[in-house]
Ligand binder design. Structure first.
Ligand SMILES: NC(=O)c1ccc[n+]([C@@H]2O[C@H](COP(=O)([O-])OP(=O)(O)OC[C@H]3O[C@@H](n4cnc5c(N)ncnc54)[C@H](OP(=O)(O)O)[C@@H]3O)[C@@H](O)[C@H]2O)c1
Length: 235
């Protein structure tokens, strides 16, 4: 029996695409890339087609309503059960506080709840270390990530009873286009390393993984250091 559909929401995401490639397995397989139309989305679809996958793209925008999200997912699942769903939506460049909360938090929470209804075998959320340790310099992004991360943690508990496994991925700084203009901090990592950690975490049956591994410890240590003693970007 051929494996079910694999879906990447945030189909242009560098980390999301690296995770997808790591988990996809051999072609042929149906792959759905959901996102806003862009050169990156188109390019990722072409790379998968060249590798022998049956690829379709569908529109996802963080402003979709619950009904529109459901329509998008019904389209994605039209040709077979959803086996793998990766959510890689996020933005540090939203123009307003409200937009950042909507993209990183509210929209992703609605999406996660809708995805669980389609009973994927495995759901992977790209969260962030900032969900656990919010920083003032990226306040709206952190708050949005907190909402998305908490939604996924709660769904992981509820969904386990229905056979859906949820993995929450909490990277620190990953060198991608999202962070291209920022100074590279200690413990920075790459999209490919995130992908390898995700694969290992799934094999180990984990529900939360930090990337790199030491990021979880670093966040716990930073939590007990008075913020005024830290560099401004870490407060
Ligand atoms: N890079 C890091 O240091 C880092 C660290 C921790 C967590 N993360 C998380 O990892 C995930 C992937 O990030 P990345 O580094 O791969 O960055 P990326 O390549 O910029 O991917 C972000 C994705 O979010 C999508 N997106 C942004 N705003 C959207 C909106 N309004 N509606 C729909 N889609 C929207 C982008 O689509 P468009 O191409 O249409 O903009 C893109 O597919 C994100 O959730 C990010 O928060 C990243």
């Amino acid at each position: 029996m051929s494996p079910g559909t694999a879906l990447l929401v945030g189909g242009s995401s560098e980390i999301g695409f690296a995770v997808l490639l790591q988990l996809l397995g051999a072609a042929p397989r149906r792959v759905v890339l959901a996102g806003r139309p862009s050169g990156e989305l188109w390019w990722n679809a072409e790379k998968l087609r060249d590798a022998g996958y049956d690829v379709c793209t569908t529109q996802y925008d963080a402003g979709l309503s619950v009904d529109e999200i459901d329509g998008m997912l019904r389209h994605a699942c039209a040709e077979g059960p959803l086996e793998l769903a990766i959510v890689a939506v996020g933005s540090m460049s939203a123009e307003t506080f409200a937009e950042s909360l909507a993209v990183n938090g509210f929209g992703v929470s609605l999406l996660l709840r809708a995805l669980v209804q389609h009973k994927p075998t495995q759901l992977v959320l790209l969260s962030s270390a900032a969900a656990v340790r919010p920083r003032s310099s990226i306040a709206a992004y952190s708050l949005g990530k907190q909402l998305a991360d908490s939604t996924a943690v709660l769904l992981a508990r509820q969904a386990a009873e229905t056979g859906v496994r949820v993995l929450v991925v909490r990277p620190g700084f990953v060198s991608t286009r999202m962070t291209a203009d920022l100074p590279v901090p200690p413990l920075a990592t790459s999209a490919e390393r995130v992908a390898r950690r995700v694969a290992a975490a799934l094999e180990g049956g984990r529900t939360v993984v930090w990337v790199p591994r030491r990021m979880g410890l670093a966040v716990r240590v930073l939590a007990v250091v008075p913020r005024r003693l830290l560099p401004a970007a870490w407060r």
